[in-house]
Design a protein around this ligand. Structure first.
Ligand code: PLP
Length: 394
């Protein structure tokens, strides 16, 4: 064997004893022992992998774990599919379930990217969103009665930035009466706090970038459903053909993060509750949006459908725009970053950052006032966080 052959050759599997943690399969393809084995795997007669856009052992192990979490304790069995981002989880699911002429019933206060996806990508392809206020379930049912083109209900609970909630069991029951499928973006609470499948929802999507990973070091998404056949024939097929598959490394990072999901979520909730109570009493603060506060309009709804109130909250500084900018410049422990669900506390003043280029009246219509500040509360010591916020807004 010449040097160049030695250099180019793949080494044999170095595995000796079973690795304790999930191995990272950084491989685009899988080698067959014989042509017969190749044929059997390609035709599905033998279980195995072919090419990592179709499936990869690391990615599949993580997707399965997320599916198990969404179904845990519910008596249901669920399947999961990881994608390259939360956005690609949403688009892959929509492409898989809908065709031109179909419509999606949804809400006006979705994650900004999802609203833009509906308007900029799906509408021109003939899949239009129909916006309704999900707080009014009669209107939801009327919409389905009036428009048989609506084939999917897509919602989030709780939503950005006011943490308003949707009665998921109520929506699922209406959808079932009309033979319409339902999908919920469960990113804000994670399956530790909320399990939409148990409430009758058909599909759950996640930006695993947020709480499931928890450490702010990966971008990926996941689709979970209970219909194995639809997942394979409709959703997986789109993932494979459009190429929205996750990277094994990103999946592996999510896997590491998920081990501490229950511990993190408990602390996120406890810290958010303590901070919300502190802010609610603070003279510089107008109103605090946190479902854990009895003053929040969805306090009881959330108690009914979730195991905790999560780590996201927002509050209004009475001083408006100037007070918001001043607070951003004064925080020391909180980081100014446009994501959420990390172990450290992240702060955002939409009017001077994410929504700087959005017209003021449009911004106000979606509840983003001049002095609104959003917090993704981390797992630090709550007294340290309260101290930092107090000096920043005081
Ligand atoms: C971040 C986020 C998304 C998009 O996820 P990416 O991983 O950034 O693509 C979707 N929905 C919600 C609620 C999010 O917070």
């Amino acid at each position: 064997m010449q040097f160049s052959t030695l250099a180019a050759r793949e080494t044999a599997d170095p595995k000796t004893t079973r690795p304790h943690t999930l191995p990272l399969y950084a491989t685009s393809s899988y080698a067959f022992d014989s042509i017969d084995q190749g044929i059997d795997i390609f035709t599905g007669k033998e279980k195995g992998h072919v090419y990592s856009r179709y499936g990869n052992p690391t990615i599949e192990a993580v997707a399965e774990k997320i599916a198990q979490m969404e179904a845990h304790g519910t008596g249901l069995s669920a399947v999961g599919l990881m994608t390259s981002s939360g956005m690609s989880a949403i688009s892959t699911l929509l492409f898989g379930l809908l065709k031109s002429g179909d419509r999606v019933l949804t809400q006006g206060n979705l994650y900004g990217g999802t609203t833009e996806l509906f308007n900029a990508v799906f509408s021109p392809l003939g899949v239009e969103p129909v916006v309704v206020d999900f707080r009014n379930l009669e209107m939801v049912e009327d919409s389905l009665k009036k428009d048989p083109r609506i084939r999917l209900i897509y919602c989030e609970s709780p939503t950005n930035p006011t943490l308003s909630c949707v009665d998921l069991a109520g929506v699922a029951a209406i959808a079932k009466r009309h033979g319409v499928e339902t999908a919920v973006d469960n990113t804000f609470l994670s399956p530790y706090l909320q399990q939409p499948l148990a409430l009758g929802i058909d599909w759950v999507i996640h930006s695993t970038t947020k709480y499931l990973c928890g450490h702010g070091n990966s971008i990926a998404g996941c689709i979970v459903g209970t219909d194995d056949g639809a997942m394979r024939q409709k959703v997986w097929k789109v993932m494979k053909l459009v190429g929205t598959n996750a990277s094994p490394f990103e999946a592996w990072l999510v896997h590491m993060g998920m081990k501490t999901l229950p511990l993190r979520m408990e602390k996120h909730c406890a810290n958010a509750q303590a901070i919300a109570e502190f802010l609610e009493k603070h003279p510089a603060v107008g109103r605090v949006n946190y479902p854990g506060l009895p003053s929040h309009p969805d306090h009881f709804l959330m108690k009914k459908q979730a195991r905790g109130h999560g780590g996201m909250l927002s509050f209004e500084l009475s001083g408006g725009l100037d007070a918001g900018i001043r607070a951003m410049n004064r925080v020391k422990l909180c980081t100014l970053a446009p994501t959420l669900g990390d172990v450290d506390t992240l702060i955002l003043h939409p009017a001077s950052s994410s929504h700087l280029n959005v017209a003021r009246d449009v911004r106000l219509a979606s509840g983003i006032t001049d002095g609104l500040v959003r917090l993704s509360v981390g797992i630090e010591d709550s007294a340290d966080l309260i101290g930092d916020l107090g000096q920043a807004i005081g």
